[in-house]
Design a protein around this ligand. Sequence first.
Ligand code: ADP
Length: 732
Amino acid sequence: MATTVRPHKPTFFWQAFFILLPLVVLTLFGLFSLRQDRLLAEQAARAGGQSLAQQLAQAIGSESARQLRDYREASFDLEANRSTDLGLSQWKGGAIDESNAWQRVNQWQQANPEIDLLKQPTVEPSSYYEQQPETMPPQPPPWLSELNPQQQQLWQAAKQAEFGSQDDSQAGEALQKFMASNPPEGARANAEYLLLLTKTRNQTDAEAVSHIAEFSRTHWGNADEHTDAGLPLGQLICYQALRRLPDGAGLPESFIRHHTIAWMIQYSASFFSPVLISEAERVARGTPQAAYAATLKSWWQANATARTVLQDFCEQYPTNTWKPEPFWVSSRAGKYLILLGDRLAVSTNEPEPAKPRQAYLMFPEAVVKHALAAAVKNSELAPTPYARVELELGGKTVALSHNQFDEATNSLLPLLGQANGQWQNLPLNTNVYPFRVRVALVSPEILYAHQRQRTWLFGALIVFSAGAAALGLFAAWRSFRREQQLNELKTNFVSSVSHELRAPIASVRLMAENLERGKIPEASRQNEYFRFIVQECRRLSALIENVLDFSRIEQGRKQYEFEPTNVAALVETTVKLMEPYAAEKGVALQWKTPDLQPPAFLPELNMDGRAMQQALVNLIDNAIKHSPKGGTVVIEAGNTKDGTTPAVMLSVADRGPGIPREEHDKIFERFYRRGSELRRETQGVGIGLSVVKHIVEAHGGRVTVQSDVGQGSRFTIELPVISQKQTKETKA
Ligand code: ADP
């Protein structure tokens, strides 16, 4: 059984594979190392963040607690100073004899100019402050309900006499009567007060003031009683005195000496207290006592604010939510941080009276901010630019930095590190107050900046490599395709050559055999046979010559022998040489000899005559092949008419089928033959024109074609006259 073994068809796969492989490896490696880079950056940031958080927790724990202690001390000193100035130190537990107490307050104030210490509430209020008497409506005093009916009658009568009639003696009598009925203490005090008013009504202001001042001194014991309308009696008495003084008259000397106003307010602060204080301010305005009045006011303010804050705190945080942690309270007086003292022993089940006194520490938000910022600043720990330090304190997260303290808006940022810290040794407490420092990644773009830069670099590198690889791939693919096409052409060439050789050899052999066997007796036919044999042999050798020349050209071994040659003679010989072949094909050759005027035309050129003849033979052979029977092939010689370089032109024209324009270049390529191998009618192997081109170019000239389908073809060889190639190619 006959089998055919098909040769293995080459593929482009491996070339493409090895061109692309480095690119893929580079890309994978790049991506891997970029990822690694990112992980390393992250790891470093985490480690840095953790240690920063720990260090900051410690720094904040010690430094901000110290700041808060300083504030508390200054505030405490201020309060004590006020007590001393207002004569309340007895109540505060004794006068402070420390002479530098004011100095400490001033020092603190100078160091912290952004916080006005005088306006801050008392730092250390106690349960006593949980009520806000100044906001409570006046209540009828207990003594009013304790009066028996007779006393009630007498009291009404006395009041009527006092406020209804103009007769002071009548009013005095009614009051005396009431007092004689032995009313409760509070009622008696009120009667005495009304009596005082009756007595002083018609006195001069100066007399009245000294009278009332004296009265207030001798009636200390009744200072905390209230009128039947619920007004504090002690403060009312003071007010009655001040009321009779003009602006800037100065406070009564006895009020100052005995600290009457402050004491009266201290006994029973109420909504009336601010009225009394502003009255005191009015009277003291412009006098040396103005400072006293100002102290009175700021003392009142400090306590009133503390009461407001504390009351709001108690409302916002019922005792059952208390824990040993700082509390942020948003009160009507602003934001405060409240710390519960260690006397905390509150049971929610206990009834109100059993509630033990609770001590508090109250820090304005600004003070806390300042303390925390100072702690960060003093720690000299620089947070990295991509991280934000957050502090979780009292259930609130705040962003911290050297000069900034904001409520954190987004606490869902990736965490780089965190540490717990605590405030210790705050006064009056053994409690510790926990907080947490967190370092969060706030701008990944800064953290990964380096990595991003590398990504760009790598990306550029990969794009560049991909570009180069694509170019390489394309070039390789093109040459692979060319190689394949050439292989195909070569295969065709081999079969064409064999085909071209087989037919003439067979007919020559047949004729020679016939002659040899004496089958052709007639001399005329014998001659014809001989001529035919010679003709075929000439054609064969021309073909072989072409093939050999072609292979020499391909191998770079083709040699040219340049010598002066008469062009006209050369053309003529060649035409003669081709005539028998043309005649056989029924084609006429017409050699149009030019109007020669030597040496202007067709001079003797330095050329390889044999090679040039071969070129002409190839052109004339093609023209004969493609001419229809009875056609004419015209061979012309001439020279360039317009060109600056004088050149000799040899042209071969036929009236054959012509060549489409787009193939004008291709036909000069080796092995190129027009049409499909199967349909081709003309003989040939596809190297004739490429040999012509090589020969002509070796002479420094060029070969061109003018043709179109159905128009015939004209091939022209152009040879320069002056700058002829003199070189003799030597064997490589
Ligand atoms: P071949 O041996 O096939 O003639 P050539 O290199 O001489 O090889 O010519 C290449 C191709 O050019 C031919 O196959 C033919 O199709 C075309 N050709 C050459 N000369 C002519 C012509 N005078 N008229 C038409 N076609 C031509």
